[in-house]
Design a protein around this ligand. Structure first.
Ligand code: NAG
Ligand code: NAG
Ligand code: NAG
Ligand code: NAG
Ligand code: NAG
Length: 304
């Protein structure tokens, strides 16, 4: 039964693939050149299918596409340039880009993306330009998401809904030349420190730095993110935890107590030695007196 289902599924796939291959043609209303399919602004509401398999450049911008067809896209193993800007794409996943090792340019700007999670761009090891700007509700980008895009030179994240960005994976990209971050509602709390520091030290990497401003908290609104760290430095030095406080209290108390003990001991010893000295002096005085007395007695005796 299972075996049959598996076989049937395989057959379906084969038929599907054959269909795609056989029907490969220029989608209606689009313009096709050698290795190029241009479906820019032709009123598409779904991802076009049956694209020529040798397509290298695919323009799908300015349509109403809501979903990328991963099966279709993954057949285009030679794709170098993909423009999906100005559409209604809500979600992207790793599945969409599995076969896209040759992709150099990816434009997903002006869509409705909300999050960029995990390993979405993992297969895009040759990517050079990535445009994710103007996704108004894009507020979350996972920390390691660009770690495999080692060729990345330009990334546009401007005019999204970002309050925070973990910079670790971007900072590790050695070829990265330009990062656009303006027009996001940056929240300049202590967590923005890493980004702020990076911007402050490498302003040539951030061409729109002057427009990359804090929005929150209110007291920081309008201040460039690159200056935020200086402003919040005092607040953001690692605050002490409960145990650190306890530690300092105990150490302080120990020092206090040992101080008292030392003082007591010193005092006692000083008093003791003073006494000793006094006794000694007294004794000497006594001896002197005794001697003079004896002498006096002796003298008296002689006189008598
Ligand atoms: C694609 O088509 C649009 C609209 O017809 C046109 O403006 C654009 O220049 C074309 N793009 C390319 C790369 O040919
Ligand atoms: C952003 O999210 C809000 C609230 O969910 C929604 O009303 C709005 O249409 C979204 N904007 C875009 C461009 O997706
Ligand atoms: C950023 O993400 C990395 C993992 O990619 C993590 O180790 C690091 O702690 C994060 N940094 C901050 C400030 O959260
Ligand atoms: C990045 O996006 C912003 C906002 O749309 C745009 O003004 C800017 O020209 C873009 N930068 C590049 C290099 O594409
Ligand atoms: C970077 O900062 C230096 C020193 O403040 C300044 O001279 C330079 O013009 C800045 N570069 C950019 C691209 O803003």
């Amino acid at each position: 039964m299972y075996w049959f289902a598996f076989e049937a599924q395989g057959l379906l796939w084969e038929l599907l693939l054959m269909g795609v291959v056989l029907d490969a043609a220029c989608p209606p209303k689009c313009k096709c050149g050698q290795f190029e399919v241009n479906c820019s602004n032709v009123g598409l509401t779904t991802f076009p299918i049956s694209l020529p398999l040798n397509t290298r450049r695919l323009d799908l911008n300015t349509n109403s596409i809501e979903e990328i067809n991963s099966l279709e896209l993954n057949l285009l193993g030679d794709l170098v340039y993909l423009d999906c800007s100005h559409n209604r794409i809500v979600e992207i996943s790793r599945l969409h880009f599995i076969g896209m090792g040759k992709l150099v340019y990816l434009d997903l700007s002006y869509n409705r993306l909300r999050t960029i999670s995990g390993t979405v761009f993992g297969p895009l090891t040759n990517l050079i330009i990535l445009r994710l700007n103007n996704n108004q509700n894009l507020s979350e980008i996972d920390s390691g998401v660009f770690s495999t895009n080692v060729g990345l030179r330009e990334i546009n994240l401007s005019y999204n809904g970002l309050l925070y960005l973990n910079t670790t994976s971007l900072r590790n990209l050695e070829g990265l030349k330009s990062v656009y971050l303006a027009g996001n509602p940056w929240e300049c709390q202590c967590t923005i420190g890493h980004l702020s520091e990076w911007m402050f030290e490498n302003n040539e990497t951030f061409p729109d730095e002057d427009n990359t401003l804090c929005t929150l908290p209110k007291s920081m609104a309008g201040i460039p993110v690159s200056m935020a760290l200086i402003k919040i430095f005092d607040i953001c030095r690692t605050p002490l935890g409960y145990f650190e406080y306890l530690f300092f209290v105990i150490v302080g108390f120990a020092i206090f107590i040992s101080g008292i003990i030392v003082a007591l001991l010193t005092g006692t010893l000083m008093v003791f030695f003073e006494r000793q000295k006094m006794f000694k002096e007294d004794d000497e005085e006594d001896i002197k007196q005794y001697r003079s007395y004896k002498t006096a007695v002796r003298l008296t005796n002689i006189n008598l």
